[in-house]
Design a protein around this ligand. Sequence first.
Ligand SMILES: Cc1cc2nc3c(=O)[nH]c(=O)nc-3n(C[C@H](O)[C@H](O)[C@H](O)COP(=O)(O)O)c2cc1C
Length: 340
Amino acid sequence: MPRTTDMASHAKDVLKRMKRSVLAFFLRIGLRRDAARAFRYDKAQFMAHAGALHLDRRAAARAEIVMGYHVLEKGLTMPHRRLGFGKGAALHMMNLIESFERRFGSDDPQVRHAVGVLRAYRELHRDRPEPMPRLDAFLAARPDIPAAHEPHVTREKFFAAKNASFPDFAASRHVCRHFEGTVPRETVEKAVAIATTAPSACNRQHARVHVIDDHALRDALFAVQGGTRGFGQDADKVLVVTADLSAIRWAWERHDSYVNGGIFVMNLCYALHYLGVAHCILHWSVLPAADRAAHNLLRIPPNEAIVQVIACGMPPEEFDVAASPRLAAPDILTWHGGGK
Ligand SMILES: Cc1cc2nc3c(=O)[nH]c(=O)nc-3n(C[C@H](O)[C@H](O)[C@H](O)COP(=O)(O)O)c2cc1C
């Protein structure tokens, strides 16, 4: 009698397992089909609208100028700045600005800021012996735009809004590319604990953090990343934020690792700023070979997508910060119901 019961429950188990694997088989087919469609849609949207392919559009042309002035702005604030830097970048900027003005006019605040950055760059090179006739003529043609000097701050001032209202605190957070000293392990742990308050889809908490405190590893990672020239060598710790793809359930969640990871990164940056740690967010906009290289280098499990890298250090007594002015809120705000 017990034998018959055993056999019946065994048969039930086998049936259940079969059902599960049939279900998994169809889920896999569905997911593969949906993912192929979704990624095709993303690719079509990307090819139709990515700025790189449409520099004739005003927004794309402006983004190119912003990127260009940011290179100079960064150069103006770098810790190991050497005069004479950025000649190629300045020339490129002038060409872009002239082309923009011819096509779209000269009243765009971001483009005017770009001219201001060029004037600040010229003023910094005031006492240099070599002439800059092209830049001088360019600036003389735009006499109403003043130099956009980068803010010089003390450590105390930079972190003064730590306990202020949220708008003041948010406005005070900036990336800082000046690092000295060691960020204590407990401070990193505190920052990550604060960052875990970030929301995530269905509270699935995709984000993971890898801390690189070995400087040889840091340098190897930065060689792959490519965005830390002039300051990366001073970073004490590097936080690599990843998102665990295991938390993704459907093809339509294909962007969720970056969305959830990005929200976590912002929270982490606020936490670092609150704790008085200088940080610089670093892109992870890389092609697959670099992504694979970083996974191997840092032994990051393959199920984790690298979302962002953050260089950290303690700030010096005084330093320069890139102004990085923002678009005005009305320029990025669209009401879809009359704006009541
Ligand atoms: C996604 C992302 C990628 C970035 N990549 C780099 C980078 O590779 N190198 C760098 O020096 N700064 C990088 N930054 C910092 C930005 O230049 C900076 O956040 C921006 O100019 C705004 O300035 P703020 O953060 O000081 O307000 C990055 C920022 C973000 C959000």
